[in-house]
Ligand binder design. Structure first.
Ligand code: NAD
Length: 374
């Protein structure tokens, strides 16, 4: 896809100084089916039948094994085995163990319940076996909406994109998210919001994706403070899950920029936790790109109901009581230079060119937990 010369503007942008809507763009829809609602876990057997799954392997983390077993009971005779060993970053060794279960149990379909870890394992297995995937997301990370798989071997992460990776059917069940602890809900929700933010200034940004991005950011912005205050607030949980779906679609549809590159570098170099890293870095990247992507910033600010996108994201981060400093999640101070250097290598497309000194300043502020340089 070609780089668009002008800032993409969606049809909703009615700010006085907006220019004409984008005249030409490419939009590619992802082929997935979604069942959304409360109590939709009960649809798992029907959805498995639609995919022709007769011998399912249920995938979860160890922590969510009990929910996986509940899903197994819903599947009745379609359950062939459970594999409660999914972990973060999809290590190839775990995938290979699960492949042996697929062969031993004559599995013909994968059903993952959980966050990006369980869903990543389903994707890795589907890529190797060609088996259909039915997934039930329980966090807001958005992996279920993307044809992207990150795998680790000997501590090295490689990422690939293929339509064979995209789950076939997604069941969003609000009930499965009620127990997501408030701190994980907050960081996971900000992780989702980052997909929407970067979609608004992506090289392939287009009016359709921008609509999803702005609505996704708005839904999460409304919902997350309510979830942190009252984790059992069902309306807020529904809003957040819908926002996560929309922002996950953004992640799967257009390419991501500096924010995702920085988080990839920080996670890979210092083994920092995925969602927390996203939550801390996001306001700083918004500030970095503010002048280069003014229309995107206006849409983010409008979605959050604040005058300034970066400061609005920072205020939200504070309100959600998530960690605000990279220092607090284990990044060493002497890693700042290395991260700034790595971020400029094999750089992702970004609206503002990548300046090592400016990135160093961005990272130093994020390391100390200061407000973004807005
Ligand atoms: P996760 O799946 O690792 O879950 C975090 C922890 O929360 C786990 O212990 C899990 O069992 C638990 N948990 C999840 N849902 C719960 C619930 N509702 N109630 C109680 N506990 C629950 O975390 P994540 O942030 O969703 O996923 C992170 C992983 O996903 C990383 O490996 C990341 O690289 C990957 N990811 C991939 C993509 C993609 O498009 N490929 C997108 C986003 C994230």
């Amino acid at each position: 896809m070609s780089l668009l010369a002008n800032e993409p503007i969606g049809p909703l942008d009615r700010t006085p100084n907006s220019t004409a809507p984008q005249a030409a763009f490419t939009y590619e829809a992802l082929p997935y089916r979604v069942v959304f609602g409360e109590g939709t876990l009960a649809c798992a057997a029907d959805e498995a039948d639609r995919l022709g799954i007769k011998r399912a392997l249920v995938l979860t983390t160890a922590q969510q094994h009990a929910d996986g077993s509940r899903l197994g009971r819903v599947l009745e005779h379609r359950l062939a085995a459970e594999f409660p060993e999914a972990v973060m970053h999809t290590p190839v060794a775990v995938t290979e163990r699960a492949m042996r279960v697929i062969e031993a149990k004559d599995i013909d379909g994968l059903i993952a319940l959980g966050g990006g870890s369980a869903i990543g394992l389903a994707k890795a297995l589907s890529l190797r076996s060609g088996l259909p995937q039915l997934v039930l997301p329980t966090t807001y990370a958005g992996s279920e909406m993307t044809p992207i798989l990150g795998e680790t071997r000997d501590g090295i992460k490689t990422t690939q994109r293929s339509h064979h990776i995209l789950p076939d059917t997604v069941i969003y069940d609000v009930d499965l998210t009620i127990g997501l602890p408030a701190p994980i809900s907050a960081t996971s929700g900000l992780n989702a919001m980052a997909h929407g933010v970067e979609a608004l200034y992506a090289p392939e940004a287009n009016p359709i994706v921008s609509l999803m991005a702005e609505e996704g950011i708005a839904a999460l912005g409304r919902a997350l403070p309510r979830i942190v205050a009252t984790p059992s607030d069902r309306d807020a949980r529904r809003d957040a899950l819908l926002g996560a779906w929309l922002c996950g679609t953004c992640l799967g549809t257009v390419s991501m920029s500096l924010h995702h590159k920085l988080c990839h570098v920080l996670g890979g170099s210092f083994d920092l936790p995925h969602a927390e890293t996203h939550a801390i870095v996001l306001p700083h990247v918004a500030a970095y790109n503010a002048e280069a992507a003014p229309q995107a910033m206006r849409r983010i600010a409008r979605a959050l109901g604040t005058p300034d996108a970066a400061l609005g994201l920072f205020a939200l981060q504070r309100r959600l009581n998530v960690p605000v400093a990279l220092a607090d999640i284990g990044m060493p101070e002497d890693g700042i230079d290395l991260a700034a250097e790595l971020a400029t290598r094999n750089a992702y497309a970004n609206r503002r060119s990548l300046d090592r000194a400016a990135l160093r300043e961005l990272l130093a502020r994020a390391w100390r937990g200061e407000a973004p340089l807005s």
